[in-house]
Ligand binder design. Structure first.
Ligand code: BYC
Length: 476
């Protein structure tokens, strides 16, 4: 089962050639996907050779095969992790029963909704990053951008396979719609807020990979627990690819911090203006970008109290990340969850809800802890350089658009404040027009092998044991 059949028009490890109807349906969708890629993907780089990783098998040995490819020739396909023998349902009302190989009729619309939402984010991110290749800080980074883009394209394939194989005509229609909605489109936007935010510079790109791809990790881990086994298996394999996207975010931001600290040492000052004169990213500016992308990504978990979340947990559709190892109670029929909510009079009060309804918040809490890891590492770098600046995640109440704190003005610590004060202090909290103008001025393309833009330090090592100055993308 592990090996992927690359002789098929659509590479796969699901014996696609045994199901002619499904194969034909997917072969019908394939040229539409390629049209979308040509129009909305990194199309100005269609003819360049890129050093990319392609999966040849789904086991530890097979999934990372490296070679030079032109992106439109990348072999997008359908790869499911191997089945786990005798797998049983790990949570909810049907705990302990055998997992499902088909979608139970009564849960069809909930499954479809989640799969479409997941699928929608994948092409959205490619659209958001559409023009970044023109301002890459190095060939190493350009290659990482393209690796992420092709893998997001493959993740779209992963969801489209499930829609086609298990949801009949509805699924085929949804697969068409996944190519018809576009990031930021006024008439047909992407489903979730963050995926309509423009990503016009590499600082935003690294923040997106750090914060938004990490939501991907948590959502995929939850879906990898699903009782619908084909969905669980496809998400398990997607997670192997997702790890690289977060690595790009974490090391990208870490390299920016390192470069800034070098400049601060050279000039003997932490004055933002002096740092900007040397073409680096001052730490308060970085903090404002972190505030922006973190608060936007928090909304991706949905409302704190959600009847959707309760239903999907109870019915075994969507679990919690690492359900088996991280939790004792897998049914959560009687437990409760306490959270802080606005009291409607400018203050905060406690609210207790059934645990099942609070599953979005359980996930968001775990996500926030995971986000803190990188900040600890960067703060260590800053401290070791003798500076007392500390990067911080804002409160989970700050600048929320979804849930109990939606449109409630708070400061970065989550204290409710008046609207007027909120508006007045906002330029210190989020990137201002002049911050964005400055960051844009840094975005000059660097394509000499091994050379880095002045605002980012080189990576510690290259890709797949190659040197950093390897020509990862042949742009000429
Ligand atoms: N923006 O009960 P509620 C990734 C909607 S990232 C706009 O609060 P629920 C990736 C919600 O859809 C992972 N709308 O929440 C990363 C619902 O609408 P409908 C993506 C929002 O349903 C980087 C309504 O509000 N995967 O893979 O419990 C690059 C009420 O919902 C937002 C998933 O999200 C928002 N931020 O949970 C590439 C997994 N938040 O349906 C890829 C699948 C909520 O009533 N999705 N709404 O019209 C889910 O599990 C759930 O849909 C959510 C929301 C967690 C998103």
């Amino acid at each position: 089962m592990s090996n992927i059949d690359y002789s098929d028009k659509i590479p796969n490890n699901v014996n696609l050639s045994n199901d002619r109807t499904l194969q034909r349906a997917l072969e019908h969708w394939q040229p539409r996907f390629l049209d979308w890629w040509r129009e909305m993907g990194p199309n100005d780089f269609a003819s360049v050779d890129v050093y990319l990783r392609t999966a040849v098998g789904v086991d530890a040995q097979g999934w990372a095969h490296y070679g030079t490819v032109k992106m439109p020739d990348y072999r997008w396909g359908i790869f499911l992790a191997d089945p786990i023998a005798n797998r049983t349902i790990g949570f909810g009302d049907s705990f302990g029963q055998p997992v499902w190989q088909q979608v139970p009729g009564e849960f069809r619309s909930q499954f479809r909704r989640l799969i479409v939402t997941q699928g929608d984010t994948e092409p959205a991110s490619v659209e958001q990053q559409h023009r970044l290749g023109h301002t890459c800080p190095s060939l190493y980074d350009l290659r990482n951008l393209f690796q992420i883009n092709v893998e997001e394209g493959r993740h779209l394939w992963a969801m489209v396979y499930i829609l086609h194989a298990y949801f009949g005509r509805d699924g085929r229609e949804e697969a068409e719609e996944l190519l018809a909605r576009h990031s930021g489109d006024v008439d047909k936007p992407r489903i979730l807020g963050t995926f309509n935010e423009p990503i016009e510079d590499w600082l935003s790109f690294f923040c997106f990979c750090y914060f938004t791809d990490r939501d991907g990790k948590f959502q995929l881990k939850s879906l990898a627990e699903s009782s619908f086994d084909p969905l669980a298996r496809t998400c398990r394999f997607m997670l192997t690819e997702e790890a690289h996207h977060m690595f790009v975010g974490e090391t990208g931001l870490g390299r920016i911090v390192r470069r800034t600290l070098e400049v601060m040492k050279e000039i003997g000052s932490d004055d933002p203006e002096a740092i900007r004169r040397r073409g680096a990213v001052d730490l308060p500016l970085l903090q404002r970008y972190l505030n922006y992308w973190f608060s936007s990504s928090l909304d991706l978990f949905g409302s704190e109290v959600s009847s959707n979340a309760a239903t999907t947990f109870a019915s075994g559709i969507k679990g919690r990340p690492d359900e088996t190892t991280q939790y004792q109670d897998h049914v959560c029929a009687d437990s409760t969850f306490e959270s802080d909510v606005p009291d409607g009079r400018g203050g905060v009060t406690k609210d207790t809800s059934p645990m099942r309804n609070a599953m979005n918040e359980v996930l968001r809490d775990a996500y926030i802890k995971d986000c803190e890891i990188g900040l600890k590492r960067w703060n260590m770098q800053i401290k070791r350089s003798g500076h007392n600046f500390e990067l911080k995640l804002p409160s989970n109440r700050f600048r929320r658009a979804i849930g109990a704190w939606a449109n409630i003005p708070t400061d970065l610590e989550g204290r409710p404040i008046g609207r007027e004060e909120y508006e007045r202090r906002m330029p210190g909290w989020l990137p201002s027009a002049s911050d964005r103008g400055y960051v844009n001025s840094l975005m000059q393309r660097v394509v000499e092998p091994g050379k880095m833009a002045a605002w980012i330090a080189p990576p510690d090592r290259g890709i797949n044991n190659l040197p950093v100055d390897y020509e990862y993308v042949r742009v000429n």
